[in-house]
Design a binder for this molecule. Sequence first.
Ligand SMILES: [Zn+2]
Ligand SMILES: [Zn+2]
Ligand SMILES: [Zn+2]
Length: 409
Amino acid sequence: MIAPEYHIRDCVEADMDLIRYLFSVEGFSDLQSPEGIRVAVTPDNTMYGACRLEQGSDGSWNVRPIVVFDVVQGKGVGRALLKDALRLHPDLRLVARGAIEPFYLSCGFERCGWDAIAPEYRAECDACPDKASCGPLPFRSLPIERSFTFLGTSSGCGVPAFFCHCPACEAARKDPSKRRGCTGVALRGHGTTVIDASPDIRHQLNREGIDVIDDFFLTHAHYDHMGGLGEFEYFIRLYLMGTMPFHASDHAIAETLKEYAYMDDCFVLDVMEAYDVREVDGLSIQALPLKHAPGTFGYLITTPEGRRTFYAPDTSDLKPEVIDILKGVDNLVMDSTFWENHGTARSHHDVRQTVHEGIDILDAGHVYLTHLAPHMCEPGVNEIDEIYAYAAQFDGRVIVAEDGMQFTL
Ligand SMILES: [Zn+2]
Ligand SMILES: [Zn+2]
Ligand SMILES: [Zn+2]
């Protein structure tokens, strides 16, 4: 493994002497605390650059300033600091010297009017004696396309399950495109948020080209959703050289850390109560309580534009309070563990129940069937084929999820 030359972390008090010097050269001499400052540092704590994010009187978030040491120019440090800043505050403003306009245009920013810049920062520029030579220009970040990717779409054991010779597993042995890993999803925007770490997650992340995870949410502490958490250990220790935010219910976190006690220093634990909301990479993510294992959440993901997606891979029938919240959801991604003849499945949905709740009760824009377990079929029947045929009658509104399938959030 090639360790990264530098990583980005929060600024701490011990960095402040250097930061004050760095920023004063740029005309920022008002620094009180490390708050809002991110620094790019080497493993031995040599500083390569820094970026301060400050909220203006109009509520906007602003880069004030971003600085990279001359000796490390050309290593992508400025670009990495901006990417990190956009993940924290996707709608970002800045005022830059006219001469470096091409750099910001290549980093996901566009020119904007001065009216998008908070009045106190405009006034600062107007009063600056270097204004003419600097040629300051206002920029704001471009909106980005946010995607939802199915990392895996099977219940525990996957398809094919190593011990199973049902028609779906035999078909998947012959044709790799019919294989399914255990359930999990990735939300990609400026950063990457992963929900659930299935035992298959290493292969899933490699397949999707995901090499950084910024935030981790867990639905519940069953093996098929958290059995791959150990794959994160070296990423966190050697690559991040820090910690990863881990969001879930109290119960799910406690049960998971019983299995992964040696990783208890790897995470910033965020215990969520039912109905709590977190802001992550510009998305609002709400934990909704589900009837399954203790402490099971589904996550309602809302974009800045108000588009809503609900991810609930393991759930029995939805509670009335949850149904009220989910009415009219754009995308429902839900437990469809069973097909025919599985009347005992009280802690899961079957396909028809998911479609009924999605279409008739919630009026969802699209219903994605996931967490499929096509093993318990009648002799000679391939359940997966029957589920595809059933879904086809809804004119594209009901979709059988597949590993690697993606949609725009
Ligand atoms: Zn499951
Ligand atoms: Zn489960
Ligand atoms: Zn099977």
